[in-house]
Design a protein around this ligand. Structure first.
Ligand code: 6GU
Length: 234
């Protein structure tokens, strides 16, 4: 898989993408992540990437030209190839006005060959970017971040860990929270007694059928408590 990220803050991605699972996945050639600086495609004297909104109002709006230029240049195509490009690449705008990311959408994106992620900043981004360049608008939740960068990191992390071979034990991916429709059961490790706080007896016994039943019960209990919406019991 190939992921291209378009941002005016490329350095924000250095350490999150260099460490841990994402770092290893790149080292092993399972995913190629390229971060592109939109400002390098702003060709006016001041490398301006934003401007005042038409119609007035507070804040600045990201200009369309540097963003189009960056994406077209990275995929080596012109305006007349836009529709063809969008068939080949999922071009995703990260915005609080987007469709909310969930595990179903993550699975869908993990099956794509190429993702382009465009990080919005400031008070907004010229609507023509969404209208003519993007195939999707995605949000990571119902709250407002100062920009799409952290949202893009969330999306990349969720998607990359589903690429076969990235997570060592694929079973841990297929059994996890949300994939099965409810939250995961609680886990314990040694010591069995920590300051008098004991691990549930059933887990120490080795009766696998009983353990399985207990885990299912616990998953249901915690889901009912914290996320009744997942059970349709709101
Ligand atoms: Cl993708 N961007 C911003 N700025 N805020 C958000 C978001 C994205 N998703 C949730 N909040």
């Amino acid at each position: 898989m190939r992921i291209d990220i378009f941002t005016i803050f490329p350095r924000m991605f250095q350490s999150p993408f260099g460490e841990s699972l994402l770092g290893k996945a790149q080292e092993r050639g399972l995913v190629r992540i390229n971060v592109h600086d939109i400002r390098e495609y702003a060709l006016d004297k001041h490398r301006q990437v934003d401007d005042v909104p038409f119609g007035g109002g507070p804040g600045m709006v990201m200009k369309p030209e540097p963003i189009f230029k960056a994406v077209l240049s990275v995929y080596d195509c012109s305006f007349s190839d836009l529709e063809k490009l969008k068939k080949r690449v999922r071009v995703i705008l990260l915005t609080p006005r987007g469709k909310r990311l969930d595990q179903k959408l993550v699975h869908e994106l993990a099956n794509e060959e190429t993702l382009a992620l465009i990080c919005g900043r400031y008070e907004g981004i010229d609507e023509r970017v969404r209208e003519h360049l993007c195939t999707d608008s995605v949000s990571v939740g119902d709250y407002v971040l100062s920009g799409g960068e952290i949202a893009a990191m969330v999306l990349v992390d969720c998607v990359v860990r589903l690429i076969p071979g990235v997570v060592g034990n694929q079973e841990s991916v297929s059994e996890e929270s949300f994939t099965c429709g409810y939250l995961e059961y609680p886990q314990y490790t040694r010591p069995a007694d920590y300051r008098g706080w004991k691990v549930p007896e059933v887990l120490l016994g080795g009766n696998h059928q009983e353990i399985k039943r207990w885990r299912k019960e616990q998953a249901l209990k915690i889901t009912r408590e914290l996320r009744p919406d997942l059970l349709g019991e709101e």
